[in-house]
Ligand binder design. Sequence first.
Ligand SMILES: *Cc1c(COP(=O)(O)O)cnc(C)c1O
Length: 395
Amino acid sequence: MYTDYKEFLTKELTAIKDAGLFKNERVITSAQGAEIEVGGNKVLNFCMNNYLGLSNSPELIDAAKEAMDTRGYGMSSVRFICGTQDLHKELEAKIAKFFGTEDTILYAAAFDANGGVFEPLFGEEDAIISDSLNHASIIDGVRLSKPVRYRYKNADMADLEDKLKLSQAQRYRIIVTDGVFSMDGNVAPMDKIKELADKYNALIMIDESHSAGVVGKTGRGVTELFNLKGEIEIITGTLGKAFGGAIGGFTTGKKEIIDMLRQRSRPYLFSNSIPPMVANAGIRMFDMVSETTHLQDKLHSNTDYFVAKMLDAGFDIKPTKSAICAVMLYDAKLSQEFASALLKEGIYVIGFYFPVVPRGEARIRVQLSAAHEQAQLDKAIAAFTKVGKELSVIK
Ligand SMILES: *Cc1c(COP(=O)(O)O)cnc(C)c1O
């Protein structure tokens, strides 16, 4: 049996390679951070979601060790059987406090939070109205549920309004959007989305995975940027990006919604609890980013500095409101050559092209972090400038 199937897979894999879409893993032999070791070489890292520089934080490592000593290594249970420690409850309360919401439910990942949010809450008489660039986990979560589906063009308010009008036929409707879209770094226009939601009687869900810790003066995400704290029914997010980068996700929002998810959300009911060390490090992390805004401030000033210098150097940068800086090259092959040349200069970035971004919109995505020091930013800008001139991208 496997002979046939193996042949089939081999052909498919060859087709992926021939199309230039084969993904290879680069193996890192150091801790995650601004400077990492890849293939025996030290490089500066500009492609991590480690926005607040906490992935290798001594304070979080201490908190994780402390929990291992007092609460053990793993839970060997889902939450509602014997997988809930005081640490899990405390972390859920910290998350709600941070976002100004009523309650929180933890998951093993944001992928699970999104995968398990729609099916328990909405039925076939309802409507989900989703931004076309929403994360894959939202798309999968919607697929697992029964409501009528509408899709509006990325951040396009006229299209959203059309879909809201159409959805008046359904019982309840919810607008679903990422807070920050990961390829351009643009934010969802939450002020306008809230206006339309009020006008057409819709609920709102925001996935703050890329925006939490990053966007807003104190890093509370797009609800802070648009002054909507406490007004959004459902927020999902990850502990795997700005918030320490280990693992874990959450849904936070209105109490009754979280209550219902604890009764019926399948990834919560049928998948393991996050380990005590992650819960305890999470608690410490929310304390750290609540007591001061030192890391958030450094991230914002790093991003402003980098974008300003890159514009000065003559690069074409997508307008950004996050820590994502898209350096537009428009040509797929050029984006790969550019990224390879930068790696030789000791700068690790990824070039993206179709189908990850629209055809003809190839780019290099730079992700800034509070872990970067100004000398490292300067080194990256100098390398971009050198390679940009060599490849005739800038004069
Ligand atoms: C990264 C990301 C996720 C997935 O987060 P995990 O916790 O790694 O599963 C979900 N949604 C968005 C918008 C993301 O950027």
